[in-house]
Design a binder for this molecule. Structure first.
Ligand code: FEO
Ligand code: CA
Ligand code: CA
Ligand code: CA
Length: 676
């Protein structure tokens, strides 16, 4: 793209200081508007949000824990896309989880270990996705409370399966005996904006919601085989009650299994194929899900070709006509892998304006090859294919006895193990530099990284001392790694890598912790959200800025979570370096590859309110408004002990009432492009 060749020399704003205040702080010259909060009505059928725990019917309100988010331009009137419109659009965002206590008058209740059915259904309905229409009025943005495309997708919304696992016996359930349909989506973390105007929502920590009673491992091995038990363990589906005790609640009505389906315990009296109990329900989750936001009646499609894991997000690389596009994905758990999917279809630019959007999704997301990354100490790396019958992914595999491509994709983690992929420090968001195609990946932290298990790409193991809350160990502050595909091609099976920046307090040891020489203007911890500004933002002004969001617990004794802006460098602009790790009595050296210290090319742009995570980010095509999510302010409080009053506290730093996750809009007072 010839309009984006000159890198801006400086970040043209004054860094925001670290802060523990109960406000969203931005640089002078910028303003914050609160746009869309937990409980805000979206279709005219419910009243204003009381915010006292009495509210119900979240199918008609904003859900909780706003996360990944995309802006899609709408035509000036009507419901058709107009990708270039910066005044009217659809904002699509995830509601990952809940701050349970604030959803009820006096916190969650149970009686004799049994949760009230109404409380459980409410908590479920606060999860999922929102589609809302937003408009720029004279000077400020607002959401349209009765927009005709407004929609909530919840754990109850019908979904369909497509790709190689659709119809597999692994997906046979009472709800869909042929394994082609499911109900809802849950723990929707980061997003993906597809160039054909659809939204990807990614199912992350879904396993925790499932109940499995003591003894189910043995029962499962007897009824289904040891492979199922091994796979459930590998995916964190342990014998336990399940999040929030949902399955203790009584059914809403006879035959209503919306709650019961979260109990995957095998009933030995039921059919072995899973169509009479809920033994296969966990296989319905852990997928990338595609939504057409321009058709409120459309059924979300679970794209099984992209594998099953704790999907953080899914970002498409550069699209080049005639070349097969790549989609980059992290599996967010300690010591998990990074993946890319390469379509079988080559990119056709006309697809960007096609009206059969989910059919275009079928074309690019149902057929292709999933790869997992192996990073070598010399700064090179390989993409290893997850193809049944190749190498160890065969029936002859002594540990896993892979049975089919559906088996390989449903159990992508087992395939990654068999292939010898590199165990990373919690892969979160991916982002692609639209100028050179380099892929950046946040590795948020890893408390289980030891001196002995460090490698060149996950090179730190140390203790981060905190002034309050106790020390954090391992890779306590996280880092951001970046890959450059060989030949800058999305189709490449090899790449080079280095580490863009290591998170650290600026006061920590530069010899083995603060390796990127962060200072007071840019020190951060636990990078998570990651986004490159749209190229259209910066015509003639250079490489789009990269934005970094944090979800931290290690540095929160000093500062609330934050958003930083960066002028990125390039893979290989630094050098190999050997550091000495020391943790838990073990000491050893590790050689890694570190990019050029960011210095003034990385600057803190925003600090959030108390106990929040900063996550989700997009902008209008003109770059003059950016949308950011403030997730779970005051998450450690309760109705009896409220620990944040945001957003009511935004104007003055104090306020009253329960905190609410919310989307904000940031604009420049002079109307200019944000960050430049
Ligand atoms: Fe939902 Fe890994 O963050
Ligand atoms: Ca995240
Ligand atoms: Ca996180
Ligand atoms: Ca969170």
């Amino acid at each position: 793209d010839t309009t984006v060749t000159v890198t801006p020399a400086t970040l043209d704003f004054t860094a925001v200081p670290k802060s523990l205040a109960d406000v969203v702080a931005v640089p002078s010259g910028y303003q914050v508007t609160v746009l869309y909060r937990l409980g805000d009505p979206i279709n005219g059928t419910v009243g204003a949000f009381a915010n006292d725990g009495t509210d119900t019917t979240y199918s008609a309100r904003a859900g909780d824990h706003h996360d990944g988010m995309s802006y899609f331009g709408l035509a000036a009137s009507g419901n058709a896309p107009d990708a270039g419109n910066s005044s009217r659009g659809l904002l699509v965002l995830n509601h990952e989880n809940i701050t349970q206590a604030y959803l009820h008058p006096n916190g969650a209740t149970s009686s004799g270990g049994v949760r009230p059915t109404a409380e459980v259904l409410k908590e479920m309905e606060c999860h999922g996705v929102s589609v809302i229409e937003i408009t720029r009025g004279t000077g400020s943005w607002s959401y349209v409370a009765t927009g005709s495309l407004n929609r909530r997708i919840t754990p109850f919304t019908p979904t369909s399966f497509s790709g190689p696992v659709a119809g597999s016996s692994l997906l046979f359930t009472a709800y869909s005996p042929t394994g082609v349909a499911g109900r809802g989506t849950i723990n929707n973390c980061a997003n993906g904006t597809m160039p054909w105007n659809t939204y990807l929502t990614n199912e992350e920590n879904w396993a925790g919601y499932f109940r499995r009673d003591t003894g189910d491992n043995a029962r499962r091995t007897a009824a289904v085989g040891a492979k199922s038990t091994v796979a459930f363990a590998r995916y964190g589906l342990s014998e336990r009650t399940g999040n929030y005790g949902w399955t203790t609640a009584a059914a809403p009505a006879a035959g209503d299994t919306r709650i019961a389906k979260f109990n995957a315990t095998i009933d030995p009296t039921k059919a072995a194929n899973g169509i009479e109990d809920f033994r296969n329900e966990p296989n319905q989750y852990g997928w990338v899900v595609e939504i057409d936001p321009f058709d409120a009646a459309s059924v979300p499609r679970k794209r099984t070709a992209l594998g099953r894991m704790n999907h953080e997000g899914c970002v498409v690389g550069r699209t080049v006509p005639g070349v097969r596009p790549a989609f980059y994905m992290g599996d967010d758990a300690q010591n998990e892998y990074v993946y890319k999917f390469v379509s079988s279809a080559t990119w056709a630019a006309a697809d960007a304006t096609a009206t059969n959007r989910l059919a275009i999704g079928d074309k690019y997301l149902d057929t292709g090859t999933l790869y997992v990354a192996k990073l070598d100490a010399d700064g090179s790396g390989q993409w290893l294919p997850l193809v049944f019958g190749q190498g160890p992914l065969a029936a002859s595999n002594a540990t896993y006895a892979f049975a089919s491509q559906a088996d390989v994709l449903t159990h992508a983690r087992l395939a990654g193990d068999a292939l010898g992929a590199t165990r990373m420090d919690r892969p979160e968001w991916t982002a692609v530099n639209p100028v050179n195609g380099e892929m950046y990946l946040t590795l948020t932290n890893n408390a289980s990284r030891t001196v002995a298990t460090t490698d060149a790409a996950n090179p730190r193991a140390y203790t981060d001392p905190k002034t309050t809350g106790g020390a954090t160990n391992g890779n306590a502050n996280g880092h951001i790694i970046r890959f450059r595909e060989t030949g800058d091609s999305s189709e490449s099976l090899t790449f080079t890598w280095d580490i863009y920046a290591f998170g650290a307090g600026s006061d920590l040891n530069p010899a083995n912790i603060n390796l990127s020489n962060l200072d007071a203007t840019n020190d951060f911890s636990s990078p998570d959200g990651l986004w490159f500004a749209r190229p259209s933002n910066v015509a003639g002004q250079g490489t789009p800025l990269m934005w970094i969001e944090t979800d931290d617990g290690a540095y929160t004794d000093v500062t609330n979570c934050m958003l930083l802006a960066a002028i990125p460098g390039s893979v290989g602009d630094g050098a190999a370096r050997t550091i000495t790790n020391s943790l838990g009595g073990a000491t050893a050296s590790q050689t890694t590859r570190i990019g050029k210290a960011p210095g003034t090319t990385l600057k803190r742009f925003l600090v959030g309110p108390k106990e929040c995570e900063i996550t989700g980010i997009d902008s209008t095509p003109d770059g003059r408004a950016i949308f950011v999510n403030i997730q779970h302010p005051g998450e450690n409080g309760s109705p009896a002990s409220i620990t944040s009053n945001w957003p009511q506290s935004q104007a003055t730093g104090t306020g009253s009432g329960r905190p609410r996750s919310a989307t904000i809009v940031i604009t420049k007072t002079d109307g200019g492009i944000v960050g430049l």
